[in-house]
Design a protein around this ligand. Structure first.
Ligand SMILES: Cc1cc2nc3c(=O)[nH]c(=O)nc-3n(C[C@H](O)[C@H](O)[C@H](O)COP(=O)(O)OP(=O)(O)OC[C@H]3O[C@@H](n4cnc5c(N)ncnc54)[C@H](O)[C@@H]3O)c2cc1C
Length: 458
């Protein structure tokens, strides 16, 4: 296994990572990238063991519903890079089981790759979402054939791929990118049915970075995002050679969707667990700021907090239902119920704005106008800030101002805006969750009940 320092050193491998148009020589020296680098390195230190055959215990599939449930607190603590590494390796294991009879050539490669990845303690990110060009056209009908990642050359020893994967979380901090098709492919789209593991430092790979990390100002004014930020990347594959042992699907269109479907099993649990925690955190912020403002007993404020509690509790109930109705793959890996997970994720995403609106309504305008923490350092200003930001009875100005900064940072600034979009789009978007819901809902039962109610059933 690697220590945090060994991990940081391992990224000095000639990778082409960019930040605001500049090629980055040292991730740790780039203000927008140093915090996530440190967070991921401390994830390495947390699980490090010097035993020669040690592997990270997190990277194993739950074998029972109880184990699945027990994973949640641990998942919530993982840095995102380790979380997606876990999801990527589990995806490969399930996909290989599903292709076993039909595409046997890939199975030993996948197993060898998973073993090596665990042994070498590398980090892997998921590269699914293509540029997609005109959304109404299939990959082969696009003006630009590279709108979806494709194979442009097949050699005896591997393939050459071209295209780009967009919005990829944490790509600059990984060792490998797990490239997989974003959707089902049809006959004639063989070049787009490509799944493979590409090293981040492979020649022809370029990684951009976009981040909500606060690049200016005092970190104390950004109490959450100055410590927790993960950039999202465009991963460009400019004719990148991938050797055969890293190719897990090439041309078998009938299996193109297996990888994305397998990923869904592992990805949603983390997404929904995070939403449940986020909803409780918003309730907590609303309660604390109402108390600090002296409005905790005001009727309309209490009602808004009640509504927030009801939403947060419904999300938790959805997560509980998904766990209580867990299923097992034929290989014996347990995953949460699709229907309950998707409904909960949909509900969390669509109600997030209402939660934030209630919080802003309760908190007041200081969410965006509270003095900076540096103002409190100024001896002339400090007594005035204590006096006018404080509300008496144990609520001092600094305490209340810190609450406002936490609310602004998480809901009304760059990080807050990122949450607004991410809740809706990440993991496939609202449309994808509606589709899963429609597919799994017991419509026959609902229709039978309706016919009975109408006196129309025999
Ligand atoms: C912060 C963040 C992190 C992410 N991390 C990752 C990651 O690590 N790896 C990864 O692979 N992806 C990642 N994603 C990508 C995410 O899965 C996509 O954003 C999502 O699938 C939507 O794709 P899109 O952004 O291209 O939007 P679009 O596909 O353009 O969707 C926009 C809207 O158009 C609709 N639409 C699009 N095409 C059609 C069509 N043919 N018919 C009907 N409606 C259509 C959609 O339903 C949606 O309402 C991340 C996204 C975000 C925001």
């Amino acid at each position: 296994m690697l220590t945090g320092q060994e991990y940081k050193d391992s990224l000095k491998d000639g990778r082409k990572v960019y930040f605001q148009g500049r090629l980055v020589e040292d991730l740790g020296a780039e203000p927008g990238l140093a915090a996530p680098l440190e967070a991921i390195a401390s994830g390495y230190d947390k699980y490090y063991s010097s035993a020669p055959d040690a592997v990270n215990p997190v990277v194993s599939a739950p074998r029972s519903a109880a184990e699945l449930r027990d994973r949640i607190p641990e998942l919530m603590e993982l840095d995102l890079c380790l979380n997606v590494t876990y999801q990527s390796l589990m995806t490969l294991l399930v996909a290989s089981a599903r292709m076993e009879g039909a595409a046997p050539v890939y199975i030993p490669r996948i197993h060898a790759y998973v073993e090596k990845a665990r042994r070498e303690d590398i980090r892997i990110v998921e590269c699914i979402t293509d540029a997609k060009g005109n959304r109404s056209l299939s990959p082969g009908k696009q003006d630009d054939p590279d709108a979806y990642v494709r194979v442009v050359e097949r050699r005896d020893d591997g393939v050459v791929i071209r295209g780009a994967k967009l919005h990829i979380s944490a790509a600059a901090f990984a060792h490998d990118m797990m490239v997989m098709p974003t959707k089902t492919m049809k006959p004639g789209e063989e070049d787009y049915a490509i799944a493979c593991a590409v090293p981040v430092n492979a020649p022809g790979v370029h990684i951009t970075n976009t981040t909500y990390h606060p690049l200016h100002g005092d970190p104390r004014d950004y109490p959450v995002s100055s410590h927790h930020s993960i950039p999202d990347s465009m991963c460009i594959f400019d004719d990148v050679f991938v050797p055969n042992e890293r190719v897990f699907l090439d041309g078998e269109t009938e299996h193109a969707a297996v990888f994305a479907h397998s990923l869904g099993l592992w990805e949603r649990l983390g997404g929904v667990s995070f939403m449940v925690q986020q909803a409780d955190e918003l309730v907590g912020l609303a309660s604390l700021i109402a108390e600090a403002n002296g409005t905790a007993r005001v009727q309309h404020v209490r009602e808004k907090i009640d509504e927030m509690i009801i939403h947060a509790t419904l999300l938790r109930a959805g997560l509980e239902a998904a766990l209580a109705n867990a299923h097992s793959t034929p290989e014996g890996y347990f995953y949460p119920d699709d229907m309950y997970t998707n409904v909960t994720k949909y509900q969390g995403a669509t109600q997030f704005n209402t939660m934030v609106r209630h919080l802003h309504d309760i908190a007041g305008g200081a969410v965006v106008t509270a003095p900076s923490m540096a103002d409190f350092d100024n001896p002339t200003l400090r007594p005035f800030l204590d006096k006018y930001m404080g509300t008496g009875a144990g609520i001092d100005g600094e305490y209340r101002t810190k609450l406002f900064h936490a609310i602004r940072d998480t809901t009304a600034d760059a990080y807050g805006g990122w949450h607004l979009v991410t809740n809706v789009q990440a993991g496939g978007g609202l449309y994808a969750q509606r589709l899963v819901t429609r597919k799994n809902y017991d419509m026959d039962r609902a229709r039978a009940l309706a016919l009975k109610a109408a006196g129309l059933s025999s």
